[in-house]
Design a protein around this ligand. Structure first.
Ligand SMILES: CC(=O)N[C@H]1[C@@H](OP(=O)(O)OP(=O)(O)OC[C@H]2O[C@@H](n3ccc(=O)[nH]c3=O)[C@H](O)[C@@H]2O)O[C@H](CO)[C@@H](O)[C@@H]1O
Length: 368
């Protein structure tokens, strides 16, 4: 198969795209793949590192308020569609798949205008702006939450799950905490606020640090690439030492290796984090971001809480005391953690990437 994939902006869109590419390559090792991303998103670093051919378009998001900047956005969108057409004409894909982010809007729009089979994948329970726009034009739509179905033209929709779930369960992790200077086989808490890090989670963790230093479990604290220096500066200002059982990282690029070795995850309730947590069955404490469309992270988190797979703290109620209380309780309750593991695994869709590839094949065969 000749495949163009487009996904931009945040890890939540990019990692499912990479997992789909991976699944296709396993099924058809001689497939030709091109990833088209934006010039500014995380994809420009992540994708080439994986050795996947990458082309970038210049694009920016619409402001919800009326502004002159939206004229520039419109100009960039039309130019990106034109550039995408050139790329598509040269590459001659059998199918073009969009996995979210503004850039995928231009690429998939261009492809359908050229009569090429198109598929989009929506990771969230509340449909993103780009996918909403594209849903009129595309042939097939893969979803990861049943709640998304009614927001799309229903005849095109198929529930497939989130492809990243399949990738993380297939990894045979040989990771050893010694590589982080920690002890192997000690209970470990992983704290991370989505792909960019989260200010409030970082703040509560900084304040909880003196207590964490005294605990008999280990803590891996991921700040987000751009927030790392600020976190270290704050710890220094407060003269807070970091214990031998704590490690602070700006970003983790091998999450599928790390996550299976973790006892509890404390983090945001982004769609792709949730897919990973449920595929692997990791007990989690979720702090939904209140800054997202239609408060969809709260809905994501509630679906896990209802199933008994996670605990939730709202951002308003998050501070060092509430954080430590929930973590300490869970660390002390082995049986409860085990129940949460089972409950989480019940929700995970572990063949989601294969299902999305099958949907791509249907789009191709129905078009011809
Ligand atoms: C602010 C915002 O708009 N957030 C959205 C964004 O989240 P965002 O991309 O931040 O969060 P997600 O949970 O969806 O995905 C994060 C991904 O990054 C990975 N990761 C994270 C940290 C790290 O150090 N290393 C690493 O690899 C995670 O394992 C995961 O694969 O897209 C999601 C999917 O559309 C939405 O649900 C979120 O609401």
């Amino acid at each position: 198969m000749r495949l163009i994939v487009s996904a931009g902006g945040t890890g939540g869109h990019i990692y499912p795209a990479l997992a789909t590419i991976d699944a296709l390559k396993k099924q058809e090792p001689d497939s030709a793949i091109l990833y088209v991303g934006g010039q500014r998103g995380l994809e420009k670093n992540i994708v080439p590192q994986k050795g996947i051919p990458f082309k970038a378009l210049e694009i920016q998001g619409f402001k919800r308020k009326l502004s002159w900047d939206n004229l520039k956005t419109m100009y960039l969108f039309l130019k990106a569609v034109k550039d995408a057409k050139k790329i598509i004409k040269e590459f001659k894909p059998d199918v073009v798949v969009g996995m979210g982010g503004y850039v995928s809007g231009a690429v998939v729009y261009a492809a359908q205008a050229m009569g090429i089979p198109t598929v989009i994948h929506e990771q969230n329970s509340v449909v993103g702006l780009t996918n909403k726009f594209l849903s009129r034009y595309v042939d097939k739509i893969g979803i990861a939450f049943e709640a998304a179905r009614s927001q799309f033209p229903q005849a095109k929709v198929k529930f497939v799950g989130n492809p990243r779930a399949q990738e993380v369960v297939r990894v045979r992790s040989h990771f050893n905490w010694n590589e982080y200077g920690l002890k192997n086989n000690k209970p470990t808490l992983l704290i991370f606020g989505g792909s960019q890090g989260a200010l409030k989670i970082n703040q509560a963790t900084i304040e909880a640090m003196p207590a964490f230093n005294q605990r008999n479990y280990q803590v891996v604290f991921v700040t987000g690439q751009k927030r790392y220096e600020g976190v270290i500066a704050q710890l220094n200002q407060r003269h807070t030492l970091v214990g031998e059982n704590v490690v602070i990282k700006p970003y983790i690029s091998n999450m599928p290796e790390i996550m299976p070795k973790v006892s509890i995850i404390l983090g945001r309730a982004g769609a792709t984090s949730i897919a990973e947590i449920t595929a692997l069955g990791v007990p989690s404490i979720l702090v939904p971001s209140p800054y997202v469309t239609a408060d969809h992270q709260t809905k994501n988190a509630q679906s896990l809480v209802k199933a008994g797979a996670a605990e939730m703290i709202t951002e308003d109620n998050l501070n060092s005391e509430s954080l430590l209380k929930v973590v300490d309780n869970l660390m002390n309750e082995d049986a409860h953690r085990l129940e949460m593991e089972h409950a989480a695994k019940q929700i995970g869709v572990v063949d989601a990437a294969d299902q999305l590839v099958a949907l791509m094949r249907t789009a191709i065969s129905e078009k011809h």
